[in-house]
Design a protein around this ligand. Structure first.
Ligand code: COA
Length: 373
């Protein structure tokens, strides 16, 4: 009988995993042993997705075949298009992905024809198509062709968004961001995916549930919330004043702090560098300096450091991505990590079912209706 309890399961080891280490000695992040710094510098997102899902870095031939495979999985079935066409323009894009994933689960059901690996690859390839098909149709009625020939997931996403191929910097920035977001051990959405998998449910149900968990601003939704924060301020001085007031009122500053890291978020350096590089290409004189000032104030006042979501916000903004699509991009990337965890959970399954510490009333006599107040 378990007796140990912890708010939000902080510090509780909830299972074995060979996929990722987070925050060893308060910092550091490795995907299957490879450091996030090396991956961000050298890897294509497709290599990372392959590493996570198939358990090894692909060689040249394997990578080429994997990229071709993802390319071939970008098309939308007609029934899915009609589902997406029913969704209103003011739907949240996370709901669009959730609905799209769920609908695909009825159209391409897991089973003999579609293995868990097939579905993992399909979802990574099709999520940008689902999102941007809905986006263009709901805005202008245009039915875009989502089956582009772009080599990368990053290029595919931006191509569909812009209506033309991205430039080298745009594609590189998007690729690095996908690499950084791909995996993060037993975070809330991954734990949800594993919990659903542990009931022996289907793959799509695991991912649909994970999307719901990711949406909240304490988790993936923080990148959108961080953008709303940064955008409020017209100058670094104004940001400093505003931040101090918010901290005095004990408000949460989105994009700061972390459950596991205590010193820094190892993903921050790469995304901050990119945000800076992108800011110069769009001649930004406000958002990046405001972001840096917020970072300085948070460290000075609370010893809190930016997590990946903070500089992702301005980087995406400089890439011309609408704010409501920030968390959906996280979904595109994290599907690789979720998939790896679902596959791992299934391989050594045990139903996830913790116990609670009961704090309700003691056993009480039945109260007839006429005696109730
Ligand atoms: N802004 C202001 N104060 C913060 C803070 C933030 N972003 N993050 C933590 N704190 C404060 C808490 O208020 C708490 O203060 P207290 O001890 O005076 O009550 C203290 O730091 C400890 O935080 P706690 O909420 O217990 O940590 P946690 O492990 O439960 O929370 C997060 C981790 C990520 C949920 C939390 O840092 C947060 O809400 N951050 C903002 C949302 C975000 O960026 N999420 C993305 C995570 S990758």
């Amino acid at each position: 009988m378990a007796t140990k309890k912890s708010g939000g399961l902080a510090g509780i080891v909830a299972g074995d995993s060979a996929i990722c280490t987070v925050g060893k000695e308060g910092k550091g992040l490795n995907y299957r042993g490879y450091s996030i710094n090396d991956l961000a510098k050298n890897a294509r997102f497709e290599e990372v997705a392959y590493l996570l899902i198939y358990g090894k870095l692909p060689n040249q031939a394997e990578l080429a075949a994997y990229e071709k495979r993802l390319q071939s999985l970008r098309g939308l079935p007609a029934q899915l298009k009609s589902v997406l066409e029913q969704l209103p323009a003011d739907a949240h894009p996370m709901d669009v992905l959730k609905t799209g994933c769920s609908a695909l689960g009825s159209l391409e059901q897991e089973g003999q024809k579609h293995s868990q690996y097939d579905i993992a690859d399909r979802l990574i390839a099709i999520f940008p198509s689902i999102l941007l098909y809905w986006y263009h149709f709901s805005k202008s009625g245009e039915r875009i062709n989502t089956a582009t020939d772009d080599r990368s997931v990053a290029g595919h996403f931006l191509h569909l968004l812009y209506g033309k191929k991205p430039n080298e910097l745009q594609e590189r920035a998007m690729n690095v961001s996908l690499v950084l977001y791909a995996e993060h051990e037993f975070n809330a959405s991954t734990f949800v995916a594993r919990s659903v998998a542990s009931t022996m449910s289907d793959f799509y149900s695991c991912i649909t549930a994970a999307i719901g968990a990711l949406r909240g601003p304490l988790h993936g939704g923080a990148n959108e919330a961080a953008m709303e924060l940064i955008e409020q301020f017209k100058s670094p001085d104004e940001a400093e004043q505003g931040l101090i007031q918010m901290l005095d009122k004990k408000k949460l500053i989105m994009g700061f702090g972390h459950r596991v890291y205590s010193v820094c978020d190892p993903r921050n350096e790469a995304i901050k560098e990119l945000s800076h590089e992108l800011s110069t290409t769009v001649q930004d004189k406000i958002l990046y300096p405001v972001s840096e000032r917020i970072e300085q104030v948070m460290w000075r006042e609370r010893k809190l450091f930016p997590n990946l979501d903070f500089y992702s916000a301005s980087a995406y903004h400089f890439l011309g991505i609408p704010t409501a699509m920030f968390t959906p991009i996280f979904v595109v990337s994290r599907t690789s990590g979720w998939a790896a965890h679902i596959i791992e959970q299934r391989a050594a399954n045990k139903l996830i079912r913790p116990t609670s510490n009961y704090i309700g009333p003691e056993p009480t006599a039945w109260l007839p209706m006429e005696s109730r107040v």
